[in-house]
Design a protein around this ligand. Structure first.
Ligand SMILES: [Zn+2]
Ligand SMILES: [Zn+2]
Ligand SMILES: [Zn+2]
Length: 291
């Protein structure tokens, strides 16, 4: 099974969109793996985790076809993880027949498989408010089904089983927990934990029930301070050691860091060997793993 990172940056991206600090300048010079766009990941053949603005550009860059997507797991409503712009273009006017007449206006003229979007209450509400109420579309016209996910319940949709986890992140202030996910796909078990501070006790209790083929944890604050709502590298090292002590990684399974910021960590070329020495794989945009 193939898992591919389509983006590995924190919100400001790498280089920061409006920044010319040393790391941002270096990334622009070196390019390659040093350029990161907002975090998201693709599991072949039809699963996407998070939907930032650049996801289709990134998919094209790495030769990934997202048209047949059937599952979108959204961690939370922050714009670097969920943007409805690409989703709205799924609309098919039911009055237009395919092939369309030459005067037909629309964004889609062919059939699509249904896309199941999984998210917390804020994500589901955004879709309802912007796509259905404001734009006036119907779910079936966008070939969409929305699934409200609550932490620690086990769900099955089609061939994908998953358990949402309660992430320790700022969206909690709105009374809606942001989500991380344990996913069970084709006999593989994946933990995807971006945009979270240190695991809540109940979250780690759930995490440690399983052994993983892949762990992806965030590293936003890098070598910076140990602040709320995100990991820095001392938290990441603590997590790697804890996972090893509790035997949570299957033999040879990678522990990856994603959601990386130019303002707390050097460019990828310098960062990757530093993290590798701690047992952490620095993910990069386009990185493909065979699980
Ligand atoms: Zn984020
Ligand atoms: Zn910068
Ligand atoms: Zn966030």
């Amino acid at each position: 099974m193939k898992f591919q990172f389509l983006g590995t940056a924190a919100g400001e991206q790498y280089p920061g969109m409006w920044c010319r600090c040393e790391n941002c300048r270096k990334a622009r010079e070196l390019r390659g793996r040093n350029i990161r766009k907002n975090s998201c990941a693709f599991i072949e053949p039809n699963i996407l985790i998070d939907c930032p603005n650049e996801v289709f550009m990134q998919a094209e860059r790495f030769g990934v076809d997202l048209v047949d997507l059937e599952y979108l797991f959204v961690t939370h409503s922050h714009e670097d993880h969920f943007n409805l712009f690409p989703i709205g273009w799924r609309y098919l006017d039911p009055r237009i027949k395919s092939p369309p007449p030459s005067n037909a206006v629309g964004s889609r003229f062919t059939e699509l498989k249904k896309l199941h979007i999984v998210g917390n209450r804020l994500v589901c509400q955004m879709i309802e408010d912007l796509l259905i109420k404001k734009a006036g579309f119907r779910y079936e016209e966008c070939a969409l089904e929305v699934h409200l996910a609550e932490p620690f319940k086990k769900y099955s949709i089609g061939k994908v089983d998953f358990i949402p986890l309660k992430a320790n992140h700022s969206e909690n202030q709105a009374g809606v927990p942001p989500l991380n996910y344990i996913m069970f796909v084709k006999g593989r078990t994946i933990l995807y934990a971006l945009d979270t501070g240190w695991f809540f006790p109940e979250t780690y209790e759930m995490i440690k029930q399983f052994k993983y083929d892949l762990v992806v944890v965030e590293g936003t604050f890098g070598y910076g301070a140990d602040l709320e709502g995100h990991f820095n590298y001392s938290k990441l090292e603590r997590a790697v050691k804890l996972f090893a002590k509790d035997g949570l990684l299957k033999d040879g399974s990678p522990f990856c860091a994603s959601h990386l910021s130019p303002h707390f960590a050097p460019v990828h070329d310098e960062l990757a060997p530093l993290l590798a020495g701690k047992g952490i794989t620095a993910a990069y945009d386009g990185m493909k793993l065979e699980l």
